[in-house]
Design a protein around this ligand. Structure first.
Ligand code: AMP
Length: 191
């Protein structure tokens, strides 16, 4: 059974860390749109230059380019047994595009899981991460708060979109990495 899983969570909730562990536990292909944008920035592509102007402010990159990039990455992995989507979809338009795209390939979204962490905890985590990662969007509290606002306005409504399909689950994102990954794996095993 092909499992396509979406991880939700505010910036810093641990999506990337947990996605890698789920990738290994379930032999999935991990797709992080944030990582793809950063890869493009690192390689000085025109997509990277476009994305950077939004990312540096903590704004979402426009849907059209984000959706195209995501679809190309899925198409680049035709032998995948399933995908773990990390940071996509982030808007209603992206969620609808993903459903339609997967449907055309006889695939679907199996489950979505939200990692719940309070914003004040996340700000501390992100400012800490920014010291090591050098990510401009992790170094400035105002930009971090803007990313939360983008999440609350544009991404949080997707919870109802997936709840209506009985595909939304959530767990706490506070605890050790191992504790959280054990809970995620148990949840996915139970579905
Ligand atoms: P992340 O690494 O997931 O925290 O993403 C970093 C930044 O990349 C976000 O703040 C956005 O600017 C951009 N980004 C990543 N994924 C998306 C997406 N699905 N839609 C729009 N922008 C995105």
């Amino acid at each position: 059974m092909m499992k396509n899983i979406i991880l939700f969570g505010k910036p810093g909730a641990g999506k990337g860390t947990q996605a890698v562990l789920l990738r290994d536990a379930f032999q999935l292909v991990h797709i992080s749109t944030g990582d793809l944008f950063r890869y493009n920035i690192g390689n000085n592509t025109s997509l990277g230059a476009l994305a950077k102007s939004y990312m540096d402010q903590g704004d979402l990159v426009p849907d059209e380019v984000t959706i195209k990039m995501l679809e190309a990455e899925v198409d680049a992995n035709p032998d995948a047994g399933g995908f773990i989507f990390d940071g996509f979809p982030r808007t209603a338009k992206q969620a609808e595009a993903l459903d339609e795209f997967l449907h055309c390939k006889d695939m679907n979204v199996h489950a979505t899981i939200g990692l719940e962490v309070d914003e004040e905890v996340l700000i501390k985590r992100l400012l800490n991460r920014g010291k090591d990662s050098g990510r401009a969007d992790d170094q400035d509290e105002e930009k971090i708060r803007n990313r939360f606002e983008e999440y609350n306005n544009k991404t949080a409504p997707l919870i109802n979109y997936y709840k209506a399909q009985n595909k939304f689950h959530s767990i706490t994102g506070v605890g050790t990495v191992t504790e959280i990954s054990e809970q995620l794996i148990a949840l996915l095993d139970s579905l």
